[in-house]
Design a protein around this ligand. Structure first.
Ligand code: SAM
Length: 282
């Protein structure tokens, strides 16, 4: 579907997560030029707009508002108005409102343009020292231990770095549940108050960081991103593909040689494959 040239554009504009100097020039330009700013909380965003002397009209927009408010914005876009969506801080839609509006805009063939900027999870991850090649962003965990532990159990074998947003009054109980499910040895980084005066990174094993957080109530304040290193791939486990290949090879090769080939193919330890092969011969 191609966008009608008379239709307006929807801009998804990132705003700072604490330090106003992080506001991107392009974001300022778009917010000054659009016809309307749809904001998660207009009372919150008015401070940002006043700081940058932007006088564009604002309207409140939240995904939980009735369908009507989404459709009203879609109609306005189709009537030619350019609209910018902002949230209280950071990138809209990332644990923030906007999904329904963007989904509807795309369904209608409207043009949607991101204006990139701050995002707490990316800022935290980039300075965490944990692996960044693969990560799983979970957003906020449930508030209650039973539901939270269920989700953590589902994530316990994920080898990518795990990233969570957490509320300060739940940080300790969340870390404790993580230690119970992942084991207290798993590495964790807690990034707090990014880009603000009291920016802090705590890192160590879950057990160590729990001790620090429980002894210092300041660590239970402010805005927090929790990152947990992924599960370590267990090279001693023999996956079904490797088992199949080894069984095939030992039909025509000595076990030692077959184990060596499969080890090279799968990364599983040769001895482990050899022992497993022996058990299959019995
Ligand atoms: N859309 C935002 C973004 O792009 O990061 C996230 C919005 S979400 C409602 C708010 C959560 O993001 C906070 O509870 C905290 O977990 C995290 N967060 C936001 N600002 C932060 C900051 N300055 N330092 C650490 N975490 C922050």
């Amino acid at each position: 579907m191609t966008s009608n040239t008379n239709w307006g554009q929807l801009y998804i504009v990132a705003t700072p997560i604490g330090n106003l100097a992080d506001m991107a020039p392009r974001a300022l330009d778009v917010l000054s030029r659009v016809d309307l700013i749809a904001a998660e909380d207009t009372r919150h965003s008015i401070k940002l707009l006043e700081h940058f002397q932007i006088s564009t009209t604002m309207t409140a927009y939240h995904d939980f508002s009735d369908n009507n408010s989404t459709e009203k914005l879609i109609d306005k876009l189709k009537s030619g108005l350019n609209i910018a969506l902002i949230s209280d801080a950071g990138t809209p839609l990332i644990s923030d409102p906007g999904y329904r509006l963007v989904q509807r805009a795309r369904q209608e063939g409207l043009s949607v343009t991101p204006i990139p900027g701050a995002c707490a999870l990316i800022a935290a991850l980039s300075a965490s020292g944990l692996a960044t090649d693969r990560f799983h962003f979970e957003g906020f965990l449930p508030a209650k231990t039973v539901a939270r532990s269920k989700i953590l159990s589902d994530l316990s074998k994920v080898t990518a770095t795990l990233v969570f947003y957490e509320a300060p009054h739940r940080i300790l109980s969340s870390l404790q549940d993580m230690a119970t499910v992942f084991g207290g040895e798993r590495q964790v980084v807690v990034a707090r108050e990014l880009s603000k005066t009291f920016e802090t990174f705590l890192s160590g094993s879950l057990d160590e960081v729990i001790t620090t957080v429980s002894c210092d109530s300041n660590q239970q304040r402010g805005e927090i991103v929790v990152m947990v290193s992924g599960a370590v791939f267990d090279a001693t486990e023999i996956d079904p593909d490797a088992q199949k290949l080894l069984l095939l090879l030992i039909q025509s090769l000595p076990l030692k040689q077959a184990a060596s080939i499969v080890s090279e193919y799968s990364g599983i330890k040769k001895n482990k494959l050899y022992d497993w092969g022996l058990s299959q011969k019995d």
